[in-house]
Design a binder for this molecule. Structure first.
Ligand code: RFL
Length: 389
């Protein structure tokens, strides 16, 4: 099989790229390890930045999103039983967050790609990347029916997430890896509970952080900071709700948390990881394959889509004019935004946890939150980073 571009992985990065280049007449195939049902029902992130939505709109893939997504321009911080809100949209040119679950984004992207004649192979296995420094790299895979196939192409887009095969296919010593373990762990909970808030809540409590994120009118995501080494099964559902009630408590309000059936409970790896450069020969890494970030600040899916837009533009330019400029600057262009998001996420991690590394940092967190509550200039900087450039 021959295609111009082979895309490994059908997450937000791979599918955005596939739609973008296919709409410009560049043929590609997407190879995905999981089944279609699995990727279309896998709940993960849920916040899209204005820029990601604009890109989906330009691809004609935002109709359902614009109808169904909730728009958010305010978030709330709770400290020692008192709340304050930051209206980040007002502080940053009216830009808003769109709350729309990642699996719905994936569903729309798959639908759009297939409707325009796209080729996705689901449930493939034993994906192997070869000859990456040649002008015709290839990808071998076993299709769902057990047939071994090979696709050769001009470029391979490694969009297969942090645990995929693309990054490990790059010889040792080529990439510089930057890893930071944030020294905290979060229990992430998805519950069939309508949101108890109109704005995302970040609560700082002596027992640890708690977060209430919005997903849909019937589903909410919660986060609880838990001691490092905790296993999800250490926490019963009752303990989860008890901790959430306690950490979200407000002294001067009748606000109440609505409970629901817990449908997912897992401990999140609160790690940041970035590789440089994001390419090797004709292999380009996109999204989580190149960088992961904590969920603090809701950047992961947006960075993945930004990589896809940047690489897509570079490919479109290459096939239209022969120019390799965009391909050469791809890594540098993406990394600038990746590091800015990492810096913001780290800043926020330090602000919403009481005990990241020592009680000293607990006091710094309080000082930072007080500054945010009091200073319009500080809030404006937060808004710019939070809602996305
Ligand atoms: P994805 O979404 O992981 O997609 C990669 C795709 O590649 C497939 N794959 C392979 N395909 C072929 N061959 C192989 N060898 C393959 N190995 C893997 C996978 O099945 C998958 O379909 O990466 P992408 O496109 O870069 O998108 C990145 C985002 O998914 C990610 O940044 C966010 O979801 C991160 N994230 C969250 N971000 C938030 O902002 N808020 C959250 O609440 C949040 N929750 C999460 C998350 C990531 C999670 N993962 C990856 C562990 C919760 C989870 C569980």
């Amino acid at each position: 099989m021959k295609r111009s571009v082979t895309v490994v992985g059908a997450g937000p990065a791979g599918l955005t790229l596939a739609n973008l280049i296919q709409q410009s007449g560049i043929d590609c195939v997407v190879l995905e390890r999981a089944s279609r049902t699995h990727v279309e029902t896998r709940p993960r992130a849920g916040v899209l930045e204005h820029r990601s939505v604009t890109m989906l709109e330009s691809l004609g893939l935002a109709d359902r999103l614009l109808m169904e997504a909730d728009r958010h321009g305010t978030c709330e911080f709770r400290v020692s039983g008192k709340a304050f809100q930051v209206s980040y949209s007002d502080l940053y040119g009216g830009r808003e967050h769109y709350v729309y679950p990642q699996q719905e984004v994936v569903k729309d992207l798959i639908g759009g790609f297939l409707d325009t004649g796209g080729d996705i192979r689901f449930s493939v296995s034993d994906v192997e990347l070869r000859d990456l420094t040649s002008s015709s790299p290839s990808v071998a895979f076993t299709s769902e029916d057990g047939t071994r196939e090979t696709v050769s192409s001009d470029f391979v887009a490694g969009c297969d997430g942090f645990h995929g095969v693309s990054r490990p296919s790059i010889p040792e010593g080529v990439l510089t890896e930057f890893t930071h373990q944030h020294g905290i762990e979060w229990l992430t909970i998805l519950a069939e509970a309508p949101p108890s808030t109109k704005a995302t809540i970040y609560a700082l409590h002596d027992d640890g952080f708690a977060g209430h994120m919005l997903r849909s009118p019937t589903i909410s995501r919660f986060y609880l900071q838990v001691p490092v080494g905790t296993k999800a099964e250490d926490w019963s559902d009752e303990q989860v709700w008890e901790a959430l009630h306690k950490r979200f408590t407000l002294h001067d309000s009748s606000w109440a948390l609505t409970e629901g059936k817990i449908i997912e409970k897992r401990v999140l790896d609160m790690r940041s990881h970035v590789v440089e450069p994001m390419s090797y020969g004709r292999l380009y890494l996109l999204g989580d394959a190149a960088h992961i970030i904590t969920p603090v600040g809701a950047k992961g899916m947006n960075l993945a889509m930004n990589d896809a837009a940047t690489f897509g533009r570079a490919l479109i330019d290459f096939y239209a004019t022969g120019s390799e400029t965009g391909l050469k600057t791809y890594s540098e262009d993406c990394l600038r935004r990746v590091w800015r998001a990492q810096e913001f996420s780290q800043w926020m991690v330090n602000m919403i946890h009481t005990d990241v590394s020592s009680p000293f940092f607990g006091r710094l967190a309080q000082a930072r939150l007080e500054h945010l509550a009091e200073s319009p200039a500080y809030r404006a900087t937060f808004a710019e980073n939070y809602v996305g450039p």
